[in-house]
Write a protein that binds this ligand. Structure first.
Ligand code: TXA
Ligand code: MG
Length: 325
């Protein structure tokens, strides 16, 4: 029996299996089994009213889970799935409340990772079964981007971890709300590496950005102010502020970890410096593993160089601001 076959069997038996996606590792359960889904909430320590994304093997299963699906959903799915984009749609009546958080909508995504797709195909069968999968971290903590992160964080709470290597995107999917197409148009609830521009290029209309005036958007757990956070306090500073913060660490003798795109300005035992990539894609890919590594050092604080406020850095900046809260 292959690992994937075994994983699919465990999932059918109501167990939790963590699996890789291109964004972060997911903590998977049979989305139609209330007892299996309940295990996700206890393993994560997640509040019960936070909805879960249902992962599908392919876009032909959209209608199994969603109803009154607007044409734009199929258009986006055809262009951008498999990929780091979650669509919020009106739910089919059979979708359980633990998945939807009691709302009238459901989040759907086809992940772009060969192992995830193999697992989903093996699991889904003729009825188009889906896997509920939040990021496989404890609630409010940093999402895992390797199998080892999942094991470190969830231990025995997860029956099996499929190892698909480090995640290539590194931060969670873009969440696009299409459930109110009649009155408010598409709205981004969580920015991710599928940009507003990429969505606009497919649809011919720009989605509403989070927090924009009139964007009357449903709550997402990733949009709580404090999220994706290390235990060590995290501070965002400008490139000038980095030198100041390093000097401060040395003067006060406060061991401080830095994540920055520029080389280390001052050498001292109080300064631990980790060089970050200069482009948003590789920065995002490395971000969570870097934060975990720096968090484990037990420094007084983690200082991160604030990226530019340009559109291509928006999803990374969003995660950093939450981690800093
Ligand atoms: O990249 C990702 O999306 C990863 C991988 C594993 O697919 N998953 C992920 O799941 O980040 P999670 O549970 O950590 O974050 C999912 C977000 C939550 O903020 C949740 O509130 C939101 O999606 N969400 C899910 N269903 C929703 C719905 N029906 N309406 C509004 N927000 C929803
Ligand atoms: Mg999460």
């Amino acid at each position: 029996m292959t690992e994937v076959t075994r994983a699919a069997e465990l999932l059918r038996a109501g167990e939790l299996v963590a699996f890789p996606t291109e964004t972060v590792y997911g903590l998977g359960a049979d989305a139609s089994n209330p007892r299996a889904v309940a295990k996700i909430f206890s393993a994560k320590g997640r509040p019960p009213d936070h909805p879960l994304i249902v992962h599908l093997a392919d876009s032909s299963q959209i209608d199994v889970w969603a109803r009154d699906v607007p044409d734009v959903a199929y258009t986006l799915a055809a262009a951008l799935w498999p990929g780091p984009l979650t669509l919020i749609l009106k739910r089919q009546p059979h979708v359980i409340d633990a998945i939807t958080g009691g709302q009238d909508t459901v989040g759907l995504r086809v992940p772009n990772h060969p192992l995830a797709l193999e697992l989903l195909r093996e699991f889904s069968g003729a009825k188009g079964g889906g896997l509920a999968a939040p990021s496989a971290n404890r609630f409010g903590r940093i999402s895992p981007t390797t199998a080892q992160h999942v094991r470190d964080e969830l231990g025995d709470a997860v029956t099996m971890v499929l190892d698909g290597g480090p995640c290539q995107v590194g931060i969670e999917s873009t969440i696009l709300d299409l459930s109110g197409m009649g009155d408010r148009g598409p709205a981004i609830l969580r920015p991710g590496m599928v940009s507003a521009e990429a969505i606009a290029a497919v649809l011919g209309v720009a989605p509403v950005a989070p927090g924009a005036p009139g964007s009357n958007v449903p709550r997402v757990s990733g949009s709580l102010d404090s999220h994706y956070a290390p235990i060590t306090p995290l501070q965002l500073v400008s490139s000038d502020g980095l030198v100041f913060a390093a000097r401060n660490a040395i003067v006060k003798g406060e061991r401080t970890a830095f994540l920055a795109c520029m080389p280390q300005p001052l050498q001292d035992d109080a300064v631990v410096w980790k060089l970050a990539p200069r482009e948003p894609e590789p920065f995002a890919r490395a971000l969570y593993a870097s934060l975990r590594e720096l968090d484990a050092l037990g420094c007084v604080r983690i200082v991160v160089q604030q990226p530019p406020a340009t559109a291509n850095w928006l999803p990374v900046l969003d995660r950093l601001k939450r981690a800093a809260h």
